[in-house]
Ligand binder design. Sequence first.
Ligand code: ADP
Ligand code: MG
Length: 867
Amino acid sequence: MIRQAKGKTPRRHPPKKTSNNQKDPVGVYCRVRPLGADDDECCIEVISNTTIQLHAPDGLKANRNGEFKETQYSFKKVFGIKTTQRELFEDVAKPLVEDLIHCKNGLLFTYGVTGSGKTHTMTGSPGQGGLLPRSLDMIFNSIGPYQAKRYVFKPDDKNGMEVQNQVDALLDRQKRDSQSTVPKTPTTRRIDPEFADMISPEDACRADGVDEDSSYSVFVSYIEIYNNYIYDLLEETPFDPIKPKPPQSKILREDQNHNMYVAGCTEVEVKSTEEAFEVFWRGQKKRRIANTQLNRESSRSHSVFIVKLAQAPLDADGDNVLQDKNQVNVSQLCLVDLAGSERTSRTRAEGSRLREAGNINQSLMTLRTCIEVLRENQMCGTNKMVPYRDSKVTHLFKNYFDGEGKVRMVVCVNPKADDYEETLLVMRFAEMTQEVEVARPVDRPICGFTAGRRQKNQAFKDELTRRLEERGGPVDGEFPTVLNQLLQSFPPLPPCEVSGPNDDVTLPRLIEALEKRHRVRQMMIEEYNKTADMLKSVLQEQDGNILSKENFIHEQRGKLGEKDKMIQNQKNEIDRLEKKSKMLEYKIDILQKTTNIYEEDKRSLQHELESREQRLQREMSEKRRMESRMQGIVTDAKLKWEKECERRVNAKQLEMQNKLWVKDEKLKQLKAIVTEGKTENRQPQRPSREKDKAPPKRSASPSPVPTAPPVRPLHRRSHSAGGERWVDHKPTSNVDLDTVLQPNIPNAIKVNAPNEKALSKCDKYVLTHQEVASDGEIQTKLIKGEVFKTRGGGQAVQFTDIETLRQENPVVASRKRRSSESGPDGGPMEGDWTDVETRCSVAVEMRAGSNLGPGYQHHGYTKRRKP
Ligand code: ADP
Ligand code: MG
């Protein structure tokens, strides 16, 4: 449909090229409304007049695993809960109204979830008028005295504006007055109470620099976009109570300047704030009725209030509006209250409403997409198609984004926790929108007429009226005084009473006097002309001077304006860069923190790695140490056992030799018996001490054969040598017990390690052995034995007796005994006995050069403890 319309529309001009390439970012403001009475958790904090911080509500924090922390968002300005409607207007809408008056377009919209205060911000309520009523008020305060008469400006059907001639305008006015349905002068009417007191008189403000030599007219339109259909809220439809006609939707068209407009939309000319309110209110009522009748939800529709300002220069006289369509300038301010930005319907969305909700989401989604593509195109230099046409709202706003104008958005937020997630999306959209730039509107050229026409004309008219009033109008037949004075300056006329037809005196005198007067008059005329010429040339010169001065001033003003613009541009750029740098700083900060955390991690990991390496090293060296020790132990044991084996082999060898010797002896004796027969006096030869000392070799046995063979290889030492001689073996490790009962053996050889020499001299051996008994007392054992000479030439001790000496503490004696008898402590005692018994049956053989046997070592030396 739109494409068709476009095809039909004659394109008279090439696409409008914006003559400047200066751009401004979309001004995004944030307004935080106060928490409602029922809401207790607040998730928004205003931290400066440009930044807010969002905190995830408690429940969410837990859910999202701390993913959402505090996030900050910056805006051109943030308005906290205490901001008044007036303050907001001053910052946000006032510049747009000023632009409107200076022929520049503006778009202002409110964005946010339902209940965040969009309507409050845009429309407001009695006593708290919003941006819309305040803008209207400012417009009329500014252009009030310079408004054209009604119907002088007349909208054509193609978004343009014509200037009607005086007569047509008058006729239209008369027609309007005669129509009873249209309210007459609305200023005298009582305003709807709901719209009264929107703005208090002290809040009134006006724009500067209103061109007084122009004539103005304000037109308003009010549309609603619901479910992607456009409805005209100001359309006058005859109301049919029986069968109410459903509202007809409108279509969008493009005008010759490629501006989008709602075709056939009602544009109402309004002459005062009150009248404009009245019209707005009429639209509101219609909207409300339609919503109720069609069961629609108002939060799902976008409402667009368009204020159009037509202005045209006065003609050269400063009397009437110049009748030249090309000189008419039309600027417009769009005030948009967007639908709630929430993703799902706040109320239960079912059936058709669900579909509507989907569509509304779609239109806001398209808005978001358009903004996104625009931003991408601008930032990356791409040329992607912006999908304006996907929804009516964006299509209608197209000109603002790809043409020129000032775009501002007030993001409304409700700090309550329920809205948190939606608010987060709103913030992201706002952040993105701020990065979109819109071409700055250029100043309109000034018309060729001299400035101040209205004033001059007015001053002239005023003066004329004053004089006329003063004089009561000119009287016929009366000469002006100036003329009288002039006449009096002429030479007086002589008496002109003619005495007769031949009066030769009077007539010539009169003729002479009149001629004289004629001459004077001639002279005066000449003089006058000369002076007039002179004056004229002086005036012309002055005019020229003034004109050139004016031109100069104009030029300078233009330059000044340009410079101002440049400064403003630079300022904006600086602002933008500052904001960007702030944002980047914030990001850097976060990255720095992250880096620190990682570095900390790295350090601790390195530390751990080092400690582990050290431990590994330690364990390795420990292992090596153990290995070498094990090796040492193994070689020790090997050596020991080798020696032991050798010893045992030797002992066995000896024993076998002995046995062999005994057998040899027996054999010899047998042989002797066999060969010599009876030899009765023979005595068995016992090996003498000397013989024992030097063991006989097997081959060398020529000694006389003994009569009887020795019964055992161990021989008791003879006692006949005058009493027993003892080897008293007391190991050095023994402790002196200071007791009365001490073993004392007279005539003993005292040794602390048994040696062969001592043993060879004695025939008794006693070992004083100390050990700790189970009760902790030291007990001394005297292990006694007899010394024998062995055939191998050494000495052997056979243990025969053990004497135990113990000290007992009488106090604990009984207890001790009991415990030693019945308790497990008795074990070692028995073990000792067993040990000694076994040992008693073991003969320890000492041989020259031999090592002490393990059994002997056990008694003679303190045990070597294993490490
Ligand atoms: P929206 O249009 O975004 O759905 P409204 O403007 O209807 O939200 O606001 C919902 C309610 O909150 C209204 O009762 C309104 O008066 C109140 N409200 C909104 N913003 C403010 C504010 N800044 N100060 C006080 N009340 C507010
Ligand atoms: Mg609303």
